[in-house]
Structures are given as C-alpha cells and as structure tokens.
Design a protein around this ligand. Structure first.
Ligand SMILES: [Zn+2]
Length: 240
C-alpha cells in the first residue's frame, strides 16, 4: 500500500516539476517581444539623433546660401551706388550716394562676418553628423547581432518547451484519470499553480502551516494521499 501511494506521489511530483519547467520556458518566451521592442527603440533613438543633426546641418547650409544671395544683392546695389556717384549732378546727390555706399559697405561687411561665423557652425555640425552617423551604424550592427541572439534564444526556448510538453503528456499518461483530475483542480486553486508540496519538520513546505503531530505521523507512514488543511495542496513527507 505504502509503495503504491509513494509511486503515485512521485508521479505527481514529476508532473509538477515538468509543468514548473514548462511555465518557466513559456514565461521566457513571453518576454521575447518586449526584448525585441527594446532593441528596436534603441535603434530608433540612434536613427532619430542622426536625422536631427542632419536636418540641423541642412538648415545651417540653407541659411548660409540665403546670406550668400543677400551678399550678392548688396554687392550689385553697391555697384549701382558707385555708378550713381560717378554720375552725380549735384553735391546733394553726391552726398546721398556716398552715404548709400558707406551703408552698403557696412552691410556687406556684416554679412561677410556672418558668413564666416556660419561656416564655423556648419563645420561643427558636420562633425556632429559624422559622429551621429557612425553611432547609428555601429548601433545598427550591435542591435542586429543582439536581435539574432534573441531570435536564436526564442528558437531554443520553443524547442525546449515542446520537449517538456511531450514529457508532460507522457507523465500524465502514467497517472490515473481521477487523480490527474484532482491534481489539476488543486493546481487551478493555487496562485503559483503548484499542487503538491513536501512536508518536513512538522510543516507544510508550501504554505508553512504547522501540521498536527498525528497528521505528520500518518504522512510518514504514507498509507494514503493527504492534503494540507490550509493550502489544500497534496502533501508528502519530504524524506519519502
Ligand atoms: Zn500547505
């Protein structure tokens, strides 16, 4: 009798271990999409940094071209003012042309200073673009490698999970239908889905409740299947 009960308990323990293992694999598999998302986010951030610096460089270059065009216009105007000076018919016209020329030259010199400052800024931004591009490329390579590793892990986990599921099916086939049904019900009542627990030192190891001495003695004799009066799990003597 004791041996028969012992075998039943061992079969349940084995099934429980396999199911714990399966749920560990399943949980790791469930975590995979979040891992892939996190990698994608790192890559997106690097791409966005690169694009932002590139946009900023293009804006600086456009600003530079606009100023160059403005300079061109100012220079044409200056030429006209110089011609007007040559053809001045009165002292008043002559004075006003001189003022125009003076102002034109000041503006031109201001624009030229601005162009030099812009060139500095453009050079700095060009270095930022190069750095951001290199960072984006190396990040891309690193992320691709990590993505492959995650995909490989996923394959291995799926394979392991399938193998455990086969073992679970075999383990279940070795357990009587009624007992298996009862086991499944107890499992469904437990938050951790663990339906069988060892007991030792007068305690259920599942919920840590102290068992009455009489019950613990019966447990050691192993003459029938027993349950923890607190957590309702199957219990067995841990030194069985
Ligand atoms: Zn218990």
């Amino acid at each position: 009798m004791a041996e028969e009960i012992r075998e039943k308990i061992m079969a349940l323990v084995r099934l429980q271990q396999l199911e714990v293992e399966a749920s560990r694999f399943q949980k790791a598999l469930d975590d995979i999409p979040a891992k892939l998302d996190a990698l994608e986010q790192v890559l997106t951030a690097a791409r966005s940094d690169f694009e932002t610096t590139e946009t900023s460089l293009n804006q600086l270059r456009k600003k530079y071209r606009d100023k160059e065009a403005e300079l061109q216009t100012m220079e044409t105007q200056l030429q006209k003012s110089l011609q007007k000076l040559d053809g001045a018919a009165s002292n008043k016209e002559y004075q006003s042309s001189l003022t125009e020329i003076e102002e034109g030259r000041k503006k031109i010199s201001g624009i030229e200073d601005g162009l030099l400052a812009d060139l500095d800024e453009i050079e700095k931004e060009e270095r930022c673009v190069v750095a951001a591009k290199i960072f984006f490329q190396t990040t891309g390579q690193r992320i691709e490698k990590e993505r492959q590793e995650v995909n490989q892990t996923e394959k291995e986990l799926s394979r392991d999970l399938e193998a455990v599921k086969e073992k679970i099916a075999k383990a279940k086939a070795e357990i009587e239908t009624d007992l298996l049904k009862r086991f499944t019900i107890v499992q469904s009542q437990q938050r951790d889905r663990v339906a069988i627990s060892p007991a030792g030192a007068m305690q259920c190891r599942g919920c840590h409740l102290n068992l009455p001495p009489q019950m613990f003695n019966e447990l050691q004799r192993c003459e029938e299947l027993m349950f923890c009066p607190n957590c309702q799990r199957f219990i067995y003597w841990e030194e069985l």
